[in-house]
Structures are given as C-alpha cells and as structure tokens.
Design a protein. Structure first.
Length: 234
C-alpha cells in the first residue's frame, strides 16, 4: 500500500507523506521505489513535500531522500505535524525546510531486530553503526553541525520544536510567523523614546548655557548643579 499521495495545489504539485514510511522494507524491492520515482518524475517544476510521519524504514527514507535531492527543481518541505526518525531524513532533502509552529522533529539511532549467535549480534551492531553514519551524512549536509554532536543528539533521542530546529538549522523557517513584526514595533518605540530624551536634554543644555545674571548668584549655583546632573545622564 502506498504511503505517499500526489495532489495538485494552487502553488503546484504537493507530495503528501503521512503515516509510517513503508510498512514493509524496500530492501530488495524494485517495484515500489520505481513507482515512487515514476510518480515524482511524472510532472515538472517545483514540488512541495508535506510530512506528518513517525518514521519507518530507513532504506525507503534513504531512497526517497536521494530521489528528492536528484530532482532537478526546487523542493520545499513543510512539516505539518511530526517528522520523526526516518521521516526527518527525508525532510533534509528540502531546498527549503519549513515547520509549523506546533510541529516536532525527532532524530535517534537506527533500530533493528536480530536473532542468532554472538557473531550475528556483532554483525547487527556493525550494520547499525554504519546506518547511523549514513543518516548523519544527511543531517550534516543540512545543518553544518559536527558529526560528533549529531551522534550525541541521536544517542539521546532528541525532540525539537520548530524554533529549536530553526536554531540548530534543521529547518529554515517557521511557518505563519510575521518576520520581525514585534521587533519593528519595539525598535520604533526605543528610537522614539531616545529621541524625546535627547530633545529634552538639548533644551536643558541650552537653558544651562544661557548667560547668568550677575546679580543672581543662586541661579548660577543651580545651573552648575544641573550641569553635573546632565553629565551623569550622558
């Protein structure tokens, strides 16, 4: 059963990835990957990949990632809900990766089921280590982070909110946010307040610098005191 679906939106073609990435492994499967590639190449122009998935088969994720990276047009990834495990690898193929403010991304070590003697267990461990290194390649290309740090994050099973993922460069933008709107208001307020303060200080300075009347010694003393206060303010 297909876990992907293509729809035609106003902005162009959208690839919807929902649920588990491949119920069965693509390992040794030639039909399903070929069908996915045929669907991808059936059209042209930019595509949008919308993801809400807990992950799944790492082989399928790797092949989808590679096909999207090879696609000759812009690929925008939008994470609507969750991009966890193998789904986070697919997300790294986006020319631009956008996350809903309520979405999550999770990265962790690959998992497998093994059975057999100690030699088989060692082979399984070696396989998992190599799969982990291959996954780190995708994260490293996107984020520019060190492989050591990415490995530690995978060891810890790291969940990231949209803003955390943005800070760590797993995504490029948080959807629906009005960029710098609050900052503009804040900076405008600070600038206005500073302007008013400077204007007031200039008026005080002008008053202080007025020639003192010889007969009014007290005014000269007060002016001197104001000058000291002004120096402290500056």
């Amino acid at each position: 059963m297909k876990f992907w679906n293509w729809v035609q939106a106003e902005s162009g073609r959208e690839l919807i990835l929902e649920g588990v990435i491949a119920e069965e492994s693509w390992w040794g499967d030639e039909v399903t990957p070929a069908q996915f590639k045929a669907d991808l190449m059936a059209g042209s122009g930019p595509v949008c990949v919308r993801i809400n998935s807990p992950g799944g088969d790492c082989v399928a994720a790797s092949m989808i990632y590679t096909m999207l990276m090879d696609y000759p047009h812009e690929v925008t990834v939008k994470i609507d809900g969750t991009a966890a495990s193998a789904a986070s690898v697919i997300a790294m193929a986006g020319t631009k990766v956008m996350m809903s403010p309520t979405s999550l991304m999770m990265i962790h070590n690959p998992l497998t089921v093994a059975m057999g003697d100690s030699e088989e267990m060692r082979k399984a461990i070696q396989l998992l280590d190599e799969v982990k290194e291959s996954i780190i390649n995708a994260y490293e290309l996107k984020t520019g982070m060190s492989r050591t740090k990415l490995g530690h994050m995978m060891d810890a099973e790291t969940w990231m909110s949209a803003h955390t993922a943005l800070e760590m460069k797993f995504c490029d933008e948080v959807m629906f946010e009005e960029k710098s709107a609050d900052r503009t208001v804040e900076n405008s307020f600070v600038f206005s307040r500073r302007t008013v303060t400077n204007c007031l200080l200039n008026k005080l300075q002008a008053k202080i610098e007025q020639p003192a009347e010889p007969a009014k010694e007290e005014k000269r003393v007060n002016a001197s005191a104001r000058q000291r206060r002004l120096a402290l303010l500056q």
